[in-house]
Design a protein. Structure first.
Lengths: 313, 434
């Protein structure tokens, strides 16, 4: 660490000398070079973000500015049955998908961390699905889960189980979607793998000496030391799950069928904003979602002190 | 150090201005090009956005070419923009940004909502001036382009929904192929005879009321109901006749087990594997556009079309949609644009477009000229057109559509009684209409 600091100091000195020589203020130059991104961020992210707070109190319709209507949009949300249904669907998805993705992700990463021949090939295989665009995944799974001649039901038939109608069934549509989403956890597996690689082998060696078995090593070394990575994936997973859109939208052509069992929060938001010209209402929905995600994230951050263990601390 | 700040400020200012210039230059290039340079040597160039591909695009180009030949001082440039009936964000952004194309292809279904937002140019005075009146068109087509007694577009094509039935399947089931069902009870009986079920799988299914074009609009009007009260400006989805039709659909779903039917419809193929072509589906409510597909994939498919059965076996009806050409609000050359809009809706433009694309014209005499009235299949569609309905032209047309679709979906899955579902949908749409 000290060496690094020294190096930094040296570099800074060099910079100062240079700047004195060329008479350029390094701070301003930095801002100048960053300005395309700063301008972009302010214009296309920050500004719309702030403006949408205002719009959520109006009847803005994209084509017309609308009127200020106070809290009416928010009040209306509370009694909109489809809004409540979309919340139920979204929470259902998040509650099952996020824990499952963590369990499967960690399990997969641990398997892919074993030292056997051809591991890079296995790792590639599990990462590949994440490279498939969502729309393509939707089409692919529509065929796999096809009740008449899909592979899944064909396989179930072979072992004597009569498969459900999957995406066509009200009870099975959401589980099908969770199943499909789990197929794309390669991204988080890669992060878990990095986390696993980061765990110092000294711990395992010490445990070996003490005569710990695999089970003890997993639950007392691997998992606790993997918690920072799990923590990261949990937060990202929840944010992603609450914003679920592309997959169900493509699967149902935006209809959320059957019987609105696949109408997710952001889908309904999109319909309101761009189809019913109720951008004010949609802005209100977006802010409700923002607050919910924010609160959940804060909760996780607050609780993280209790269960996230950093190495070397 | 500080004395350099002035210089830097200037530098960053220059940088910002350059960025702005570059950005605006880019956006100018990408917009519809109706900026000041549109008028050159007395020729006004108009941009026409459309979403047709293949033969549909060729048909549009034919109309555009014919128009350009006729007019020395106006040049229309047809530009394809990817859009479809449910997604038109590009036009939305262009209109909201105040730089729309001069003319746009537009689903008549959405004229109500866009007109109420003030996003379309009122064409009434042009039409009055040039003597373009409702008499030239089928009533529903003109009505669908009119919002609050003002004309916002000229209709250019249309469609209709009828019952398609497989004659071979009829023979196979011991039914008379020349005498298709006329009443709802005849339809039910025929469907029962045509259905062959093996366990929870259908080898052949007689009929699925909500399949393909079997929207509630197709049934509600057929049962004698009405979806909209124009005088009061309210939707009337819980009209007893509409409730009756949805009850019938829900009972049908129960009788044949909706999950089994969903299994069937989710497994259906497309193209040459379409269940109607393969004979797995004996009857369905379809539109005239299906004919070209059947002709392409199975020219010898032995089928007929007949009006959608009604409870009484009389007063047959259907509903029709279609496209229009509109002048978005904020377009720079509405006078010239109207000339093109008018031409597209004239008999000449109609004949060129619908003749090439094999779609139904909104003008009866054009359909006659194109020989549709002599064709055994097409003539059935032409015959129903004078009786056809259009969906209510209201600001909440899209919401109404989705609410009706949800009501049917919930009813067939047994989530609530048809009457209650329609009442809830009715309340929701009427609340938004206020």
């Amino acid at each position: 660490m000290k060496a690094l600091e020294k190096l930094n100091l040296k570099q800074q000195q060099v910079l100062i000398v240079k700047s004195k020589k060329s008479n350029i203020n390094s701070g301003a130059t930095g801002w100048l070079f960053a300005s395309p991104w700063i301008i972009g961020l302010v214009l296309f992210y920050l500004l719309p973000l702030v403006v949408s707070i205002y719009y959520s109190f109006t009847s803005y319709s994209i084509l017309r500015p609308g009127e200020f209507i106070g809290l009416q949009n928010y009040k209306e949300l509370l009694v909109d049955p489809l809004f409540l249904k979309s919340i139920y669907n979204t929470v259902y998805f998040a509650v099952f998908y996020v824990p499952l993705s963590i369990i499967c992700g960690v399990a997969l990463a641990m398997m892919l961390n074993m030292k056997i021949k051809g591991m890079t090939i296995y790792r590639t295989i599990f990462f590949l699905p994440t490279l498939v665009p969502h729309v393509a995944i939707a089409v692919l799974w529509m065929w796999l889960l096809n009740p008449g001649f899909g592979l899944v039901n064909g396989f179930l038939d072979m072992i004597g189980i009569k498969g459900p109608a999957w995406l066509g069934s009200e009870t099975w549509s959401k589980p099908s979607l969770i199943f499909m989403s789990l197929w794309g956890i390669g991204q988080s597996v890669v992060i878990y793998l990095a986390g696993l690689g980061d765990i110092s082998s000294e711990y395992y060696e010490a445990a070996e000496v003490d005569g710990a078995n695999w089970f003890q090593k997993t639950f007392h070394i691997t998992l606790p030391l993997l918690t920072p990575v799990i923590f990261f994936n949990l937060v990202m997973g929840i944010i992603g799950a609450f914003q679920q859109f592309t997959l169900p939208y493509t699967l149902t052509q935006g209809q959320g069928k059957p019987a609105n069992s696949l109408t997710f929060y952001v889908m309904y938001l999109y319909d309101n904003g761009f189809k019913y010209f109720r951008m004010g209402y949609a802005s209100a929905m977006a802010w409700v979602l923002f607050v919910v995600i924010m609160v959940l994230t804060l909760l996780i951050f607050w609780s993280s002190k209790r269960w996230v263990h950093y190495q070397g601390k | 150090m500080f004395h350099n700040f002035g210089k830097l400020r200037k530098l960053s200012l220059v940088f910002c201005i350059m960025t702005a210039v570059i950005l605006s230059a880019c956006s100018n290039k990408e917009t519809s090009g109706n900026a000041d340079n549109a008028k050159k040597d007395g020729v006004t160039t108009l941009t026409f956005w459309h979403e047709n591909t293949g033969v549909g695009e060729e048909a549009i180009n034919d109309v555009v070419d014919a128009f350009n030949k006729k007019h020395k001082d106006i040049r229309v440039k047809a530009v394809y923009t990817a859009a479809n009936e449910s997604q038109n964000e590009k036009l939305l952004a262009a209109v909201a940004g105040g730089n729309p194309p001069d003319i746009s292809w537009f689903d008549r279904f959405k004229i109500g909502s866009w007109a109420s937002e003030g996003s379309l140019t009122d064409l009434t005075k042009y039409a009055d001036r040039d003597g373009v009146t409702k008499d030239n068109y089928y009533p529903f087509a003109w009505d669908e382009a009119t919002y609050k007694d003002k004309l916002y577009g000229i209709p250019v094509d249309t469609d209709a929904r009828l019952l398609f039935y497989n004659k071979d399947a009829f023979k196979d089931a011991g039914l008379d192929p020349e005498n298709p069902p006329k009443t709802i009870s005849e339809l039910e009986k025929a469907a029962e005879k045509l259905t062959i079920k093996d366990g929870n799988r259908f080898k052949r299914i007689g009929f699925i009321p909500w399949y393909n074009q079997g929207w509630l609009y197709s049934w509600g009007w057929g049962f004698g109901g009405d979806f909209y009260n124009k005088d009061k400006n309210i939707v009337t989805l819980n009209d007893p006749k509409i409730v009756e039709s949805l009850k019938w659909i829900a009972d049908y779903a129960k009788k044949y087990n909706v999950e089994d039917i969903t299994g069937f419809t989710d497994s259906k193929g497309s193209g040459e594997m379409d269940p109607f072509i393969t004979g797995q589906l004996a009857m369905h409510i379809g539109g005239n556009w299906s004919i070209s597909g059947y002709l392409k994939y199975k020219p010898d498919l032995n089928y007929g079309v007949t009006p959608i059965p009604t409870p009484t076996g009389t007063d047959f009806t259907s509903w029709s949609g279609g496209m229009a050409v509109v002048v978005p609000k904020g377009a720079k050359h509405p006078d010239e644009a109207w000339e093109f809009v008018k031409f597209f809706g004239s008999e000449e433009g109609q004949e060129l477009y619908n003749g090439k694309y094999k779609t139904l014209s909104v003008i009866d005499s054009v359909n006659e000229k194109l020989g549709y009235k002599k064709d055994p299949l097409f003539s059935q569609f032409i015959n129903i057109l004078p009786e056809s309905h259009n969906r209510p032209v209201i600001p909440e047309g899209e919401l109404l559509w989705n609410e009706l679709s949800n009501a049917v979906d919930n009813a067939i899955h047994g989530n609530g009684k048809p009457g209650d579902l329609l009442k809830a949908a009715n309340d929701k749409v009427n609340k938004s209409l206020k």
